[in-house]
Design a binder for this molecule. Structure first.
Ligand code: HSE
Length: 338
């Protein structure tokens, strides 16, 4: 299977490492032999239709700080459209306002009949239904399980909960960076800025971390969940958002003294979507620590169900991209991988 990688930062490089590490297993268990024919990002592009040596590409990007362009003057979307491949894996940084460059990359891939796997939240938060329609129109696959929950299959779990039942409400902690900061403030008495610097160092935070702190990252993930589960057709712009910037060490300590904790909670209740810091009981299953995410699906007939797992990180998100790739391989071969 020929792949184009668009985006080659923390997640893109973790995906490349995972493919290499699991090479034998992918071939024997799934008949999946990925061949990376192009890598493009904001720094340049490398192409080889026989398949790139990804370790070399990683080493070269680390050494030079950029991909080598070899004089290619085409835009990244033109390269994506003009390269013969089956699947594009899109991991460029999220732009919550325009969705670019991810939105243009995904459109270019669909129009040139490539399936798409992405963990890029911007395009999904802005143009969810338009992209799904475009994929359908071009008879290609569109997978995005890593866009919510990093490596934790929150979207798949929610879909499974809804089969034979009805989801009436969703509540959850959807941002690893904010949860990490609140946990560090509470457990290690770190100041807000020091906790944020640690989250940035670990690669959890967005390129612009104010998007985590102000609640927009949680809002876009909530919109994706609501659309994926057909609870609402809202975009990220329809979510009422309040972040954690005004949470003080005093707020965190006062909650802790009562056996509670401050958490940034995202809620989809009927058509209403909101994100805000709230005080929750420490024994609530949603009260997770560190970069963990937790989502509760309230089901009309079977009651609430909770999924918990790490919500951010390169290797974690790469595992979701690979899960999507294995599923695409299965559907191309007409098999079910479930
Ligand atoms: N910045 C995001 C977070 C990354 O902290 O949850 C994963 O989407």
């Amino acid at each position: 299977m020929r792949l184009v990688l668009a985006g080659f930062g923390v997640v893109g490089q973790s995906f490349a490492a995972l493919l290499e590490h699991k090479e034998k297993e992918l071939a024997s268990a799934y008949g999946l032999v990925p061949r990376i024919v192009a890598v493009v990002d904001s720094t340049g592009s490398v192409l080889d239709e026989r398949g790139l040596d990804l370790s070399r590409v990683v080493r070269s990007k680390k050494r030079n700080g950029s991909l080598q362009t070899a004089g290619d003057r085409r835009t990244t979307s033109e390269i994506i459209a003009q390269t013969e491949a089956d699947v594009m894996v899109e991991t460029t940084p999220t732009n919550f306002r325009t969705g670019e460059p991810g939105l243009g990359h995904i459109r270019a891939a669909f129009i040139s009949k490539k399936s798409v796997i992405t963990c890029n939240k911007g395009p999904l938060g802005i143009a969810f239904h338009a992209l799904r329609e475009l994929a359908r129109h071009n008879s290609v696959e569109f997978r995005y399980s890593g866009a919510v929950g990093g490596g934790t299959p929150i979207l798949d779990f929610g879909r499974t909960c809804s089969i034979g039942d009805e989801i009436t409400k969703v509540t959850g902690i959807l941002n690893g960076t904010c949860n990490f900061i609140l946990t560090k403030m509470e457990q290690d008495h770190l100041g807000f800025q020091r906790a944020l610097a640690l989250a940035q160092k670990e690669g959890y935070a967005e390129k612009d971390p104010s998007l985590d702190i102000n609640g927009f990252d949680s809002a876009v993930k909530l919109a994706i969940i609501a659309n994926h589960l057909s609870l609402s057709r809202a975009t990220v712009r329809d979510v009422r958002v309040k972040g954690i910037a005004e949470i003080s060490p005093g707020d965190v300590d006062r909650a802790a003294a009562k056996g509670d904790a401050v958490r940034l909670l995202a809620t989809a209740d009927g058509g209403e979507l909101s994100v805000a810091p709230v005080v929750i009981r420490r024994d609530d299953p949603l009260c997770v620590s560190g970069t963990y995410n937790a989502v509760k699906f309230h089901c009309r007939y079977s009651g609430p169900k909770v999924i918990v797992g790490k919500g951010a990180g390169g290797p974690e998100t790469a595992s979701s991209l690979l899960r999507d790739l294995i599923e695409i391989r299965g559907s191309m071969a007409g098999e079910s991988t479930k």
